[in-house]
Write a protein that binds this ligand. Structure first.
Ligand SMILES: Cc1cc2nc3c(=O)[nH]c(=O)nc-3n(C[C@H](O)[C@H](O)[C@H](O)COP(=O)(O)OP(=O)(O)OC[C@H]3O[C@@H](n4cnc5c(N)ncnc54)[C@H](O)[C@@H]3O)c2cc1C
Length: 459
């Protein structure tokens, strides 16, 4: 069997990529070795940009019931004093969605997998492990425990331990953070409003910990453990460690796991026709809730480029996947690792005080100019992204006659940058821009081949 794209691994990265490629009409085969969705505690936060990507896959409405808008995070010292306030705006922000959401990862993954069923051109092979791959100039052959499959391109979304990355001999750059943490999910059996709606980072060199107010009755605690601690904790020991916050009188223990939090980037994200995406390409300590978001951004970046290549665009465009994505992912990993160090600071170590703001790093070098505007995440006006069949559209200061839909309403953003208009890519980043209507026509002409080649989405 021959697919346009084969995806190895159906975690959030692979499942979203399958949706985005399916929507553009490509034939997609997804291979997932497990029979069911992973059910140990992992992601509980995603940002407004991620919600915008779910919107681009036609899944925002289905994702929303799985979420809760997040008021932000406080960093506290052992005496309970707030050291840093990272409160988030809970109203609609520049992405067209609130800045920050809480969610339950298995629930989100169920929505993403259900989305795949919209596309007869997408097939999910569950309980099917990819054991080897071989590529030549024409395509890639995957060997699985159920048979062999061919594809023009392969995206390995096979997680932290990525067997594909290993098989390709691609190493990892280590940004230096690795710590073992115990992660516990509880379900409240009675109200505990005193725990609060903000997440809390307990900055304590002896016992650094994180509290997260999740969706519905779920609450999360993460606690750093020692190198000598075991990989599994008995319930009694978990309750002992939680006792300063909560007891069995208030909640049931739902699930617990021990993880080593890491900060690493794959040395290369592409080998010929095979790409790495998600945790296979990068691993982020979870303090900013950005690891999965990075994989979602990978899928959003790669999907329309793969679709363009399958409609005749020069495959060289695929080199911009790593060049654009890696610096953006690195910026989040570095900040998350810095936050991890902060949480471990000594009280006497004079933790910085003040407010923290979210970051929106630009893409690295790639398509279009890099001048502080090209490659920057551009705002969404209303649901303007939806009005664009291919995802490419314009934000302009005045009505503008072009083949792409043009939305108005981002006057401040455009005026601050002395722009008449900007061309947005399907992933929400600025492709190009101009100070005048004539300049915008010229910019559109420069990118005409790409704009014409990317097929429309069927949502
Ligand atoms: C405690 C914790 C908290 C976190 N909190 C957050 C958070 O708040 N926000 C956030 O954005 N991120 C968070 N993360 C990170 C997030 O969970 C991961 O980044 C995300 O799950 C990665 O998705 P993925 O699809 O790339 O990989 P995975 O979810 O790991 O999926 C990989 C899939 O590939 C499959 N696979 C592997 N090998 C093969 C093979 N040979 N053949 C077939 N299938 C294969 C696996 O079975 C698996 O299903 C957290 C992580 C942890 C551990």
């Amino acid at each position: 069997m021959q697919a346009d794209v084969a995806i190895i691994g159906c975690g959030p990265t692979g499942a979203l990529l399958g949706n985005l490629l399916g929507a553009r009409g490509l034939s997609v085969a997804i291979f997932e070795k497990q029979p069911a969705i992973y059910d140990l505690p992992r992601a509980v936060h995603f940002d407004g940009e991620t919600m915008r990507v779910f919107q681009s896959a036609g899944l925002a409405e289905a994702v929303l019931p799985e979420t809760r808008v997040n008021p932000g995070m406080l960093f506290k010292d052992p005496a309970g004093r707030t050291l840093i306030d990272w409160s988030r705006d809970m109203s609609i922000g520049p992405m067209g969605w609130p800045e920050s959401y809480r969610f339950h990862q298995p629930g989100l993954e169920r929505v993403l997998r259900a989305g795949l069923a919209r596309y007869p051109n997408v097939r999910l092979h569950e309980s099917t492990a990819v054991t080897a791959h071989r590529q030549d100039d024409t395509g890639v052959t995957l060997t699985t425990d159920k048979g062999t499959y061919g594809a023009a391109h392969v995206v390995a979304c096979d997680g932290t331990g990525s067997p594909t990355r290993e098989a390709l001999g691609i190493g990892l750059h280590d940004l230096g953070f690795h710590e073992r943490w115990l992660v516990v999910d509880l379900r409240l059996t009675r109200d505990r409003p005193d725990l609060g709606d903000h997440s809390i980072q307990f900055c304590d060199p002896e016992r650094p910990a994180t509290y997260v107010r999740c969706v519905g009755p779920r609450r999360r605690w993460e606690m750093r453990i020692d190198s000598g601690d075991p990989d599994h904790f008995a319930p009694d020991e978990i309750w002992r460690r939680l006792s300063r916050w909560i007891t069995p009188a208030d909640a049931d223990l739902e699930r617990a796991a021990v993880y080593t939090f890491r900060s690493r980037l794959a040395a290369r994200w592409r080998e010929g026709r095979v790409f790495l995406a998600g945790d296979a390409a990068h691993q982020t300590p979870p303090f900013m809730g950005q690891g999965m978001c990075a994989g979602i951004r990978d899928a959003a970046n790669l999907a329309w480029k793969l679709a363009a290549v399958h409609h005749g665009v020069d495959p060289a465009i695929l080199d911009t996947y790593e060049s654009e994505r890696a610096p953006n992912a690195r910026a989040f990993i570095q900040l998350a690792a810095d936050m991890g160090q902060l949480i471990n600071q000594t009280v006497q170590g004079h933790l910085p005080q003040g407010r923290m703001r979210s970051i929106w790093p630009d893409l690295g070098p790639g398509l279009g100019p890099r001048d502080g505007i090209g490659g920057a995440l551009a705002p969404q006006v209303g649901r303007a992204d939806d009005a664009a069949p291919t995802g490419f559209h314009l934000l302009t200061r005045a009505p503008f006659d072009a083949d792409l839909p043009a939305a108005q309403g981002a006057e401040d953003w455009l005026a601050e940058r002395d722009l008449f208009g900007v061309i947005l890519r399907p992933d929400g980043y600025a492709l190009d821009h101009a100070a005048t209507p004539e300049g915008l026509h010229e910019a559109l002409a420069r990118h005409a081949d790409l704009l014409d080649a990317v097929p429309p989405r069927r949502l």
